[in-house]
Write a protein that binds this ligand. Sequence first.
Ligand SMILES: [Zn+2]
Length: 410
Amino acid sequence: MSEPVAAAGYDLILKGGRVLDERNGINTVLDVAIRGGAIAATGENLSGQAAEIVDVGGAIVAPGLIDIHTHVYHKATSLSVDPGFIARRSATTTLVDAGSAGAGNYDGLRDYVIAHSPYRIFAFLNISFAGIFGFDKGLGVGEATLREMLPVERCVAKIEANRERIVGVKARIGGGETGKLGLGALELALEAAEQAGLPLMAHIGYAPPTYAEVVSMLRPGDILTHCYRPEPNSALGSDGKVFAAVRQARERGVLFDVAHGMGAFGYASAEGALGDGFPPDLISSDAHVVAVEGPGYDLLHTMSKLLNCGLALPDVIGMVTSRPALAIRRPELGHLGVGAPADITVLRQVDSDYVFKDVVGEARSAATLLQPVAVYLGGKAMEVARRPFEESYLLGAGRTVHAHGCGGDR
Ligand SMILES: [Zn+2]
């Protein structure tokens, strides 16, 4: 006989996974129960009725992954990609667009992309009125070279009208991005962020200005993105140690984000910084039209890369869940506490003989790769896509999909 689900029943129980929830200090095998799109309980051997019970033994159960640096103003800006494509492929529930749009075209991102996506999408608003407008394969025109293109009052006004989705200001700082305006662009972006009371995400490119000059101006809660960019203009001095200005910025509360992208992850920089006791605060993909073709690919691939650099799995998960949620001031996300939205990513760690490349072609072998198993967004099961660039390198039981199968990744 079947009984109706009692009031105390659950919609779903994920049973027996290793739960990694940094915010709530959980790193152990537990069950997670969902009801009404929210986390209803976590505990050992949860009993009670459930409409569905899924055995996730041997898998990792994490809060829904948050990619804090993406470009998803799809089809309206040349650098952006389809948010669904990268979310499905990297088992992500929340995407943050990092300045694809400025005050002049943010409404399109809101009305044509965010409003139509099932995923949670937030945005850093570019201080440049036009956003990132001149970026594509073989094309790179800076959007922040002219003071007239960076109207602080227009940026602040657009934020005031859209605080439910805009979580900060973005500025791309570097020789090509800011030209002769240099640190003047950063000053204007900081002024906008200060007036709006939100964090600034600052990209670091080639000098001038230097890495040290840029981080020295950032405030507590601001984010330096592309923190492990290769030389020239990395975080490391000629002695191979992290610059004092970079350490001082961290002590002040500035956050350091990986944002792999097409040009911003060098093993020399990453290993040098890690060896000097300077792990990142945040891991992100900088997924854009070039980066998704490798060697960065997406968030999950970048996480695997950092894991194989020696970061501990609970830290890697924290850097894409709890920490980015707090960085964008959305504390309801990025954890599995009772009452939180049931955004859950289920992963497995698979032995691998993959060879990673950084953006300058340096190679490292990968002992393990994180692979998506399932994603729940507000309690709803979401599609998970194949990862054709990793499939043929999974060893043993992990090799469950044919390496040369067709399609399925878009
Ligand atoms: Zn970017």
